[in-house]
Design a protein around this ligand. Structure first.
Ligand code: GUN
Length: 293
């Protein structure tokens, strides 16, 4: 069994980006600038955005965190997005999800200038991705592709089963794994809450990508020998004995599933750190105007 070490690979990627930024500085060019908008006080979202800002510092990017209150209206958020769209100093920005109930997420994401959409959530970018055109790929799926590529995990002709159809992970992942090229060329099954006999489907999978958010959902008896496991679940389980008051766990019963797997991501230290590294990568691509016509 090989551990897909997202912590190590994400550090390699950050080192590569740091080198690029040094070259930009040496040439007197503007360094990439990422902005992150966070609405409300959700603990996990604040932690993620804090990590994104720290990662910017580490690679030499500029960063701006925009905090807005929990009672922010959709119009106020749209105004902020227009401001960021118009600000030439900002190369890319993200709206941290989830948003409070009074705000229509899809309307907000559609207001982001696709050239600055480093999350790849705008329908233009999502459509381009589905049509094999080069564009921003959402950071978590992009991170999974990068892990598979850097470890040389064979995906061609394999049966990939994706669990969960979220717009952020499951849906894009199901598209990307079926695209031509590497990683890709898989035969993909997208499973979700309405899927019947999921055990039967997972037991036929060569590769399982689980983005469900249910701790310990995927058990050893649901997978075959030599399966490749990508665990995208990040659930905070309350635990008084921990300093933070919780511990982080994935969708996979790691102890037992890892005994059957050929490759597996740990949680934490697997997909999570890759997401941030790929957001930085997308910001670098935005700075270089890689996808502008
Ligand atoms: N919430 C959970 N994952 C993500 C992500 O990748 N981007 C944004 N903007 N919000 C998220």
């Amino acid at each position: 069994m090989v551990l897909l070490d997202g912590k190590k690979i994400s550090n390699d990627i950050k080192d590569e980006i740091t080198e690029e930024v040094k070259k930009m500085k040496a040439n007197g060019e503007k360094v990439p600038h990422l902005a992150a908008v966070i609405v409300g006080n959700d603990g996990a979202s604040l932690t993620y955005v804090g990590s994104k800002v720290r990662a910017c510092e580490r690679v030499g990017f500029e960063s701006t965190m925009v905090r807005m209150s929990n009672t922010t209206s959709e119009v106020e958020l749209l105004d902020k997005i227009h401001e960021l769209n118009d600000n030439d100093d900002i190369d890319g920005f993200i709206i941290q999800l989830p948003l409070p109930k009074q705000i229509d997420t899809q309307r907000v994401l559609m207001a982001v200038n696709p050239d600055k959409d480093v999350d790849g959530f705008h329908p233009t970018n999502f459509g381009k991705m589905a049509l094999d055109m080069s564009t921003f790929i959402p950071a978590t799926p992009f991170g999974i592709l990068e892990l598979l590529e850097r470890y040389g995990v064979e995906t061609r002709g394999k049966h990939t089963v994706v669990i969960g159809r979220s717009h952020i992970v499951g849906r894009p992942m199901s598209i990307l794994m079926g695209r031509k090229g590497f990683p890709g060329n898989s035969t993909v099954t997208l499973t979700h809450s309405q899927t019947k006999n999921i055990n039967q489907i997972t037991s036929q999978a060569d590769i399982i990508i689980s983005a469900l958010g249910v701790p310990g959902f995927l058990k050893a008896e649901m997978v075959k020998d030599d399966v490749v496991i990508i665990d995208v679940g990040i659930t905070r389980v309350p635990d008084e004995t921990k300093t933070k008051g919780y511990y982080i766990t994935g969708d996979v019963d790691f102890e037992n599933v890892s005994k059957k797997a050929s490759y597996i991501t740990p949680v934490p230290g697997g997909v999570g750190p890759m997401t941030i590294a790929m957001l930085l990568k997308n910001t670098l691509l935005a700075r270089e105007n890689k996808f502008r016509k």
